[in-house]
Design a protein. Structure first.
Length: 553
């Protein structure tokens, strides 16, 4: 009987051993570790810091899943960029060049076609199957509400769709269907990593909260309602993670893109805090796992700068849909006329623009009309042909050429003439320096004017300094960032004929820089000017919806 008993015991041990090996990793086996990055707009910069903390702690990333802003960071890292590269990209990219306001709106207020071109160029046209690290971009089908883990086609297109917040950005068409922000249905898509076979799943949640709640504030009430409607569904997904990292950014606005370094640092600190828990989870399943610090190579700084320049140049040169933008110029004084107009561009006009400005008359005068036709392409510059006419002035024709050089300098050349035989040629160049609380700009101009046999040469300099009231912009209704400032400057001209004369205009006022959703800049300013020659004051008010940074060409 003993031999039989021994055989049965041996068989039972073998069966138990076989079963146990089905649920335990083999000796030396390494797990598939997935990092899942949630949405959060500007707060999503925290993801860069989290990745850096994992690298420094020797925790590998074998799979990436991202939604909304998390999809941008995950896509760039999966595409081969290092955390240092991503910090440099965020610092050098000019957001004002990559988002175009749509008037009238077409599915969203800001068009993202230029952003797609920029990202696609940075990623060198990579498809999902070509990324060094497997990557899934989570998007939401607008018609059905189904969340989809996109893993085919262009990575840049998947990122564009994943970050397309409804109302703010238009839906993105992929394979005859329209998709929007994946965070609407799946803010931290842990379940996607599980379904794709990840053994260890680390999620990053940059959720939003209100530090103080005003129940008389409509925006607060709407935010709270939206959050509790989505939190329960999202929590089921988040609970499936082995570890959830929550950077301390819940009270920061989603629009504060200028605080990227703050978010990155908070992400790094949160990542380091979570490292002991992550290591414990891994070692519990894989006791022999070795944590070896590493850094994804990425590309050199010089190569990246050239890629950013190339990508930005191609993006800003992209044709846009038909757009209508208002023009408002209010300047009051004996030699100023307020103007109201409109600019048409894009669509069938391609790189051409057509503008009309109606300038209101001063007392005793009649209105002035101004028509302008322009060809505007950043790689070329801006060429303008205009005419002004009215009962109070002789008809005038003019030609202007403007070209940006880098983000801080530009050149303007002009030529104009009127029916009385007057003509002038001018040239101007400007330079701007910015600080946290101040901005200094200066422009140099040279103008030659002829009337009959008399020549007048005018040289001018126009320095201006602005001081911002606060270091960072303030949020207004979670719609715009506002940054008030005080400005002062002068326009000093020297006239040279048969003798030399000088004239100056000193001015000061208040201004407001706005950023729609923290992305699209425009400006309102108004102040008082004193003219030394005419010994008079004049008011000026400017609404500039066209204010954008200079193209990095």
């Amino acid at each position: 009987m003993r031999p039989k008993t021994s055989i049965h015991l041996l068989t039972l041990l073998l069966i138990l051993l076989a079963i146990s090996t089905m649920y335990q990793p083999a000796f030396g086996e390494t797990p598939t570790i997935a990092l899942v990055l949630g949405g959060g707009a500007a707060r999503g910069f925290s993801h860069i810091g989290v990745i850096k903390a994992l690298e420094d702690s020797g925790i590998p990333i074998d799979m990436l899943v991202g939604t909304s802003m998390g999809s941008i960071v995950a896509g760039l890292y999966a595409g081969g960029y290092s955390t240092e590269n991503m910090v440099q990209i965020m610092a050098l990219m000019d957001k004002s060049q990559l988002f175009e306001i749509s008037i009238p709106p077409r599915g969203g207020i800001l068009n993202t076609d230029k952003l797609f071109i920029f990202l696609n160029e940075l990623l060198e046209g990579q498809t999902f199957s070509e990324t060094p690290i497997p990557f899934y971009s989570v998007i939401t089908e607008l018609r059905t509400g189904e969340d989809v883990a996109l893993h085919e086609g262009l990575v840049g297109r998947g990122i564009q769709a994943s970050m397309s917040i409804p109302g703010m950005f238009p839906p993105v068409r992929i394979n005859e269907r329209y998709y929007v922000d994946g965070g609407i249905k799946n803010p931290v898509p842990v379940d996607v990593a599980r379904m794709q076979g990840a053994d260890i799943v680390i999620g990053v949640d940059v959720k939003k909260d209100l530090e103080e709640v005003s129940y008389d504030n409509i925006i607060h009430n709407l935010q709270l309602t939206l959050w509790f409607m989505t939190d329960g569904y999202a929590q089921m997904r988040v609970d499936a993670a082995d570890v959830i990292i929550t950077p301390d950014v819940q009270y920061d606005s989603y629009m504060e893109y200028q605080r990227d370094q703050h978010f990155i640092q908070e992400g790094y600190k949160a990542g380091l805090r979570a490292v002991p828990e992550i290591k414990a989870v891994i070692l519990a399943k894989y006791p022999d796992f070795a944590f070896i610090p590493y850094t994804q190579a990425g590309c050199s700084s010089d190569v990246l700068v050239e890629r950013i320049k190339t990508a930005a140049a191609k993006a800003v040169d992209t044709l846009m849909p038909f757009t209508l933008k208002p023009i408002l110029q209010l300047e009051f004084g004996t030699h100023y006329r307020p103007g109201l107009g409109v600019t048409l561009s894009g669509g069938l006009l391609k790189y051409n623009q057509i503008s009309y400005i109606y300038r209101y008359p001063m007392p005793g005068e009649k209105p002035t009309h101004e028509f302008l036709s322009a060809y505007a392409r950043p790689s070329f510059g801006r060429m303008e042909l205009y005419t002004r006419y009215g009962d109070s002035i002789a008809q005038q024709w003019g030609l202007r050429f403007k070209r940006a050089f880098g983000r801080d300098a530009g050149l303007t050349l002009s030529l104009s003439t009127d029916s009385g035989g007057k003509w002038d040629a001018g040239m101007a160049a400007h330079k701007t320096w910015d600080g946290k609380r101040w901005r200094f700009s200066t422009a140099l101009s040279l103008n030659v004017e002829k009337l009959g046999d008399d020549y007048t040469t005018t040289a001018g300099i126009s320095p201006e300094v602005s001081w911002y009231w606060t270091e960072d912009p303030a949020t207004v209704g979670e719609i715009v960032l506002t940054h008030p400032y005080t400005y002062a400057g002068m326009k000093q001209n020297v006239f040279v004929t048969d003798h030399m004369e000088t004239a100056a205009e000193y001015y000061a006022g208040l201004g407001l820089d706005f950023q729609l959703f923290g992305l699209y800049p425009f400006e309102v300013r108004g102040g008082l000017a004193w003219h030394t020659v005419k010994q008079e004051y004049s008011w000026h008010i400017l609404f500039d919806l066209h204010k954008v940074g200079l193209s990095p060409l």
